[in-house]
Design a protein around this ligand. Structure first.
Ligand SMILES: *Cc1c(COP(=O)(O)O)cnc(C)c1O
Length: 240
């Protein structure tokens, strides 16, 4: 038992150090950004770690975690439901999972088509709630990626605007996996451009409060381009 305890402490120390490094890098990147005034929300991607690690994150002051599969999240929540953690969903969401998802997640980053939005709207109205979402845009145009094409975004916003069970709070994108994060800059700039175009339209019920962009490989570039929500996993768990 003593051995197990010291192992746990080591894990926690590694995570604490990684978090401190990460927060330092976020701060520096944000001081370089011309686009960021407010705070940057850190969503720790916990899709590859189990509940005991998530508990450590919580004890280290993390308040927001992100997952990409509903079933995994449900399993982890069995032992974590009493923690005051915010759970975000950034994976592809199937319509038959919406009913559960809207009870579990505080923010869904990955809404990208009308049928999914309608399902979220319908189930939210049944619960008499507004579900907070971001619209995922496939800025890079990679075929392998989910997300709306940039040209479809404005009409989609008008559709969402009519859905009283949904509150649109911003946009999300994923950049391509590349060696040099500089290559992602045009993608992040593109998402910011989209959010500015949407703001100019002043669409009823559509807020552009968050730009969710940036992962371990590219969050500094994303922040320089205006990200105020970053989703980071690997950087936090390296060395475990
Ligand atoms: C896994 C994941 C992340 C985090 O990626 P890391 O490289 O581990 O930082 C961010 N966003 C999405 C959508 C993910 O699926």
């Amino acid at each position: 038992m003593a051995e197990l305890d010291s192992e746990l402490t080591t894990e926690k120390k590694i995570i604490a150090q990684n978090l401190a490094d990460l927060q330092g890098r976020i701060k520096l990147a944000s001081s370089r950004s011309r686009h960021n005034q407010g705070p940057i929300e850190l969503v720790i991607s916990t899709k590859y770690v189990e509940a005991h690690i998530i508990k450590m994150l919580y004890e280290l002051g993390i308040s927001c975690v992100g997952e990409n599969r509903l079933q995994d999240t449900e399993r982890k929540l069995k032992t974590l439901s009493d923690l005051d953690l915010h759970w975000h969903m950034f994976g592809h969401l199937q319509r038959n999972k919406v009913k559960k998802a809207i009870r579990i997640f505080d923010l869904i980053h990955s809404v990208e088509n009308t049928r999914l939005a309608e399902e979220i709207n319908k189930e939210s109205l049944k619960l008499n709630k507004k579900t907070r979402i971001l619209v995922e845009i496939n800025v890079s145009g990679e075929e392998s990626k989910y997300g709306l094409s940039p040209g479809d975004v404005i009409p989609f916003m008008y559709e969402l605007s009519k859905m009283e069970g949904i509150s649109v709070e911003g946009l999300m994108t994923m950049a391509p996996i590349v060696d040099d994060p500089e290559e992602c800059r045009p993608v992040f700039r593109g998402l910011r451009g989209q959010s500015e175009r949407i703001k100019e339209k002043n669409i009823y019920g559509i807020e552009m409060k968050y730009l969710s962009m940036g992962m371990t490989q590219d969050f500094e570039v994303a922040i320089e381009e205006g990200a105020n929500m970053v989703r980071i996993g690997s950087a936090v768990f390296k060395g475990l």
